[in-house]
Write a protein that binds this ligand. Structure first.
Ligand code: TXD
Length: 318
């Protein structure tokens, strides 16, 4: 049986960590494509030379030729510019649209059966464009944002409550921008509502709400917080880990329920737009979009986020 093959389009900061994680977990052979000459070849050679130390046994290839991504099972796209301090994700739309169009053509023509996970920003627009250009069915084209946004929310909750991150469960919905919706009502520590634990800690519902609001706001601005500290480039460890969790769930048919930027066709009252929602990811890609009831406040926040996604996508004229 052939080994799984993972193609990485874009060999920059996130691409490098994706390659390392895929190799360490032996998810399959990895091909890294980039337009920069020799760079992906150099990175993959370097990583391959770590394999005797780490003990992973996969083939690692760097390339500037799309032909090398043939027969890939999963393609993860990070090609594009990251933002600089002070920029919003949406500021990247013009330059990254051009890049995404050429990338999607390369995938369509060379890996027509692959599942595609888009990471490039602005995420909701780039995944929409990628699907449009590839013409792939919606279950095979998805975006990564929600796993990361949720992981950030979970981190803040764990740090605030002084509990292990392993026991915190929380999720964000909506677009990958300032309007994302961290779901407070469903945030829990092994099923115990986080709001209840905050009230215990602070002895007042008002203070608990204030602390939660601060964590929600920090989650929404978490990408910018990292950008500001790094000075050049944006987050790369956490986006890579997040996309690898999605790829692994597909390659191993784990059927994990992960917040995924998926094409909605009536779910949550949205039709024809990519929005972050919980999905079952398995051998069929986005196998199921999980719908659940939102209360009035959550629905209003979701509507606001969907509106922002629609405006963003509309600005691309595709
Ligand atoms: O959660 C998320 N979705 C994200 C997204 C979280 C953080 C950052 N996110 C976005 O990912 C970020 O805003 C960027 O749009 C992408 C990639 O971020 P990264 O930090 O990896 O950017 P780099 O280091 O600049 O790498 C981009 C690479 C670089 O090596 C370029 O040479 C390459 O993309 N590039 C291309 N590759 C292939 N084809 C084309 N046309 C191309 N143009 C540039």
């Amino acid at each position: 049986m052939a080994r799984n093959k993972i193609a990485l389009i874009g060999g920059g900061q996130i691409g490098g960590v994706l390659a390392q994680l895929a190799a360490l977990r032996e998810l399959g052979d990895v091909v890294m494509f980039d337009i920069l000459e020799d760079m992906p070849q150099g990175k993959m050679l370097d990583l391959a030379e770590a394999s005797p130390v780490d003990g992973f046994d996969v083939a690692l290839t760097g390339t500037n030729d799309y032909k090398d991504i043939a027969d890939s099972d999963v393609v993860i796209v990070t090609a594009g510019l990251p933002r600089k301090p002070g920029m919003s994700r949406d500021d990247l739309i013009e330059v990254n649209s051009k890049i995404m169009t050429s990338v999607a053509e390369g995938i369509r023509d060379n890996a027509p059966n692959a599942f595609v996970i888009v990471i490039s920003n602005p995420l909701d627009a780039m995944v929409t464009l990628c699907r449009k250009v590839t013409g792939f069915p919606p279950e095979r084209v998805m975006g990564q944002a929600g796993v990361l946004d949720s992981a950030r929310f979970q981190s803040f909750i764990a740090w605030e409550l002084g509990v292990s991150i392993k026991d915190v469960n929380a999720m964000t919905l909506g677009g990958h921008g300032d309007t994302m919706v961290p779901l407070v009502r469903y945030a829990s520590v092994n099923g115990i509502p986080v709001m209840e634990l905050l009230e215990q800690k602070y002895g007042s519902a008002a203070k608990a709400k204030e602390v939660m609001t601060a964590m929600v706001e920090r989650t929404k601005a978490a990408g910018g917080e990292v950008v500001k500290l790094l000075k050049t480039g944006s987050a790369f460890y956490s986006p890579a880990s997040s996309a690898i969790a999605m790829a692994e769930s597909i390659l191993k048919d784990q059927k994990r329920v992960l917040p995924t930027c998926a094409l909605l066709q009536g779910e949550f009252g949205v039709d024809g737009f990519y929005v972050g929602v919980p999905c079952v990811l398995g051998a069929g890609g986005v196998e199921k979009i999980i719908e659940f009831k939102l209360d009035a406040e959550e629905q209003a926040l979701m509507d606001n986020s969907v509106k922002a996604v629609k405006e963003l996508v509309g600005s691309m004229n595709i």
